[in-house]
Design a binder for this molecule. Structure first.
Ligand code: DGL
Length: 263
């Protein structure tokens, strides 16, 4: 594998671009190819079998495009499919899981909230990690029903979003949480909306920076980090409309390409 080969990133849709931003910030010289499987979003309500089949399709596309490492920028795909991916493909994988550990260690109210998809919350990997890390605290797990389709549509600020967020956070506020863990890579895009609804003492944690750090560590250990001071190629492919990706990545408009592609 070549140092100049791209990092491959995929998600069920536009959400993983929040993780892409962290990777690009930490590794600004790396070439990156991002696949947004928006045609099949949301993954969150699908079966493990369906999520695995879609993840395999995305992995094979990224391998065909010559990627040196694959970042599964989707909690639902990671918690349901990453062990199968690791068993079947000879390429390093980085996954993303809800950042329960820092929240469990730091909470003083001994109550934390987790907002994620049904697929993540019902996965064996999630249940195992959560029960190991949260023995002496209470955890309010809420399925973020309806949020991903709104984010996919670029509808971050409408009354539907406010209504859904009020509904999903109410049981957490009632349980006096002081940390909210975002367990879906789409949700960092609605942090400003969440902040308006949550009490001021509630801190929001997501996993983007940790995933970027882990990607760097693994590339470094494999001697696959690209040379510095060379301009990177930053490509986005979506199998649906390009509008939402362009809107969410507006600040990078002059350095990225966003194209529609079948995969
Ligand atoms: N962005 C994904 C995640 O991190 C999945 C959203 C979905 O497709 O339901 O879980």
């Amino acid at each position: 594998m070549d140092k100049n080969s791209p990092i491959g990133v995929f998600d069920s849709g536009v959400g993983g671009s929040s993780i892409w931003q962290e990777i690009h910030k930490l590794l600004p010289f790396e070439n990156i190819i991002y696949l947004a499987d928006s045609k099949n979003a949301p993954y969150g309500n699908k079966s493990q079998k369906e999520i695995t089949a879609l993840s395999i399709k995305n992995v094979e596309k990224l391998q065909e495009l010559g990627c040196k490492i694959i970042v599964v920028a989707c909690n639902t795909a990671t918690t349901n499919a990453i062990s199968i991916l690791r068993e079947n493909y000879d390429i390093p994988f980085i996954g993303i899981e809800p950042a329960i550990k820092p929240a469990a260690l730091k909470t003083t109210s001994k109550s934390i909230g987790i907002l994620a998809t049904k697929g993540t919350l019902s996965s064996a990997l999630f249940s195992r990690t959560t029960s190991e890390l949260t023995k002496d605290i209470s955890v309010v797990e809420i399925i973020g029903e309806g949020l991903v389709p709104l984010i996919e549509a670029g509808n971050l600020d409408g009354p539907e979003m406010v209504e859904l967020l009020e509904k999903h956070t109410k049981p957490m506020i009632d349980a006096n949480i002081d940390y909210l863990v975002l367990g879906c890579s789409h949700y960092p895009y609605i942090i400003p909306q969440l902040k308006k609804i949550l009490p001021e003492n509630v801190k929001i944690i997501d996993s983007g920076e940790a995933v970027a750090r882990q990607t760097k560590i693994v590339l470094q250990s494999l001697n696959l980090l690209r040379e510095e001071n060379t301009k990177p190629k930053l490509q986005f492919f979506t199998n649906a409309e390009t509008d939402t990706l362009k809107f969410l990545l507006n600040e990078y408009a002059d350095k990225i390409s966003v194209e529609k592609k079948d995969f």
